[in-house]
Design a protein around this ligand. Structure first.
Ligand SMILES: *[C@@H]1O[C@H](CO)[C@@H](O)[C@H](O)[C@H]1NC(C)=O
Ligand SMILES: *[C@@H]1O[C@H](CO)[C@@H](O)[C@H](O)[C@H]1NC(C)=O
Ligand SMILES: *[C@@H]1O[C@H](CO)[C@@H](O)[C@H](O)[C@H]1NC(C)=O
Ligand SMILES: *[C@@H]1O[C@H](CO)[C@@H](O)[C@H](O)[C@H]1NC(C)=O
Length: 388
């Protein structure tokens, strides 16, 4: 999953809250260009998030890459027996009645009654679509009406042909409607079932049902599915000792692993998770209770804090006002502003991934800088870490 490499990087800092600082390096990350990650300070003017790292290139397409698996269900080249006989009769109606110069009502009735008998193999939407029977019958009715007006008195059964064709049309329409209704009912049912099960949403509509059920803001509708699952490796890099005096940027030291060194070269956040938390990020709400639409799991503050945050980071902080408040308080924010989008915004935009750290914890992870904010949440929310 190389293409989600930079999610990891962001992830590294915030997600890995429980290990002092952080770097978790996923296998394969080395082959992903980390040039997309830059540290910037702009946000610090406006938010307690302080400077963060943002992936400058479009992350949006990354998750798309893996998500769309096209079903290879190829159109069957051989028609089933029942479809075949409907198709044959449909063709006879065209050839012998609609396109014929001198069709007879007798022939029309023959074919139409064969069609009526065919209904022992019930008509389906699929058959109607592949045989165009509906359209053909409409043409048959028109043709029969025209010939009724002009025919000789010896051919006087057009009325019977017309009524048989019209009856078939009514029946076909009813069957198609019933089938469509049943299919949509089934879909709703399976979406609701899927929306209630923990785990990743199985489809866009299941995800939407979940977001709606959780009363999340639907920033994107239909929502974008979460990015590909992320597995976090537990390789950590030590807490950075070097800090640029001017910019505050941190520099991590990789040790012997060259792959890690390559990643770290461009990774210079200027705030640690502890600093972010102590600055009143998220108006004190980062560790509030949440339900994650990504994992469909409810996360509670105590468990998530215990799981993801080193106690020294939050020593002395009032948990209820600084960490797990359910309401954003701008006075808590160092810069006295409200910033950040809602959890639903992050989720419906497809910016929150679930993650599977190898140390056994679990959670979801944000995929952009912006989510760093949400991500912390999520991680935390995820009982294991959902930085939303
Ligand atoms: C600190 O950052 C500034 C701005 O990027 C840079 O010019 C300077 O060389 C850095 N200082 C050190 C010691 O790396
Ligand atoms: C946290 O702050 C609230 C509101 O100011 C206060 O009621 C509560 O006692 C504080 N908790 C602690 C442990 O100081
Ligand atoms: C917001 O936080 C400030 C500073 O801690 C506090 O005085 C104020 O009561 C809080 N407001 C609300 C609505 O909780
Ligand atoms: C993962 O999260 C689920 C849901 O919160 C929880 O039941 C489970 O114990 C967690 N697993 C670990 C290893 O933390």
């Amino acid at each position: 999953m190389v293409f989600i490499g930079h999610h990891y990087s962001i992830h590294m800092i915030f997600y890995r809250l429980q290990r002092l600082l952080f770097l978790l390096l996923p296998t394969g990350l080395h082959s992903f260009s980390t040039n997309n990650l830059h540290c910037i300070g702009i946000r610090s003017h406006r938010s307690a998030l302080l400077h963060s790292f943002i992936p400058s290139s479009s992350f949006h397409h990354y998750h798309r890459l893996s998500l769309h698996c096209f079903s290879s269900a190829s159109a069957s080249t051989t028609m089933s027996a029942s479809t075949q006989s409907y198709a044959t009769l449909s063709k006879s109606l065209m050839d012998d009645i609609v396109d014929a110069t001198e069709p007879t009502s007798e022939r029309a009735i023959d074919i139409l009654s064969a069609l009526s008998k065919e209904q022992q193999q019930p008509i389906t939407i699929e058959i109607l679509e592949s045989t165009k029977l509906g359209k053909v019958l409409v043409k048959v009715v028109k043709t029969c009406k025209r010939h009724k007006r002009t025919s000789s008195t010896t051919d006087n059964q057009w009325d019977e042909a017309i009524s048989t064709a019209e009856k078939l049309l009514v029946e076909y329409k009813a069957a198609a409607d019933a089938e469509a209704k049943a299919a949509s009912k089934k879909k709703v049912k399976s979406n609701v079932a899927a929306a209630q099960k923990p785990g990743l949403p199985s489809s866009t509509s299941a995800y939407k049902t979940r977001l709606v059920t959780q009363k999340k803001e639907m920033y994107k509708d239909p929502p974008a599915l979460p990015p590909a699952h992320i597995t976090i490796e537990s390789k950590l890099v030590k807490e950075p000792k070097k800090r640029n005096k001017t910019t505050g940027e941190l520099t991590f030291v990789a040790g012997e692993n060259k792959d890690i060194a390559k990643v770290l070269k461009d990774f210079h956040p200027n705030r640690t998770p502890e600093e972010v938390l102590r600055a009143g990020s998220f108006g004190g709400t980062y560790f509030r209770p949440i339900s994650s639409a990504v994992t469909n799991v409810h996360y509670n503050p105590t468990a998530v804090l215990k799981d993801t945050v080193q106690s020294s980071w939050i020593d002395g902080l009032n948990k209820s006002t600084m960490l797990s408040s359910t309401k954003y308080n701008t006075s808590i924010n160092k810069y006295k502003v409200k910033c950040g989008g809602s959890l639903g915004m992050w989720e419906s935009s497809g910016w929150i991934a679930d993650s599977d750290p190898t140390d056994g914890s679990n959670g979801t992870v944000a995929s952009t800088l912006e989510d760093v904010v949400p991500t912390m949440h999520d991680r935390y929310h995820a009982g294991a870490r959902v930085l939303d």
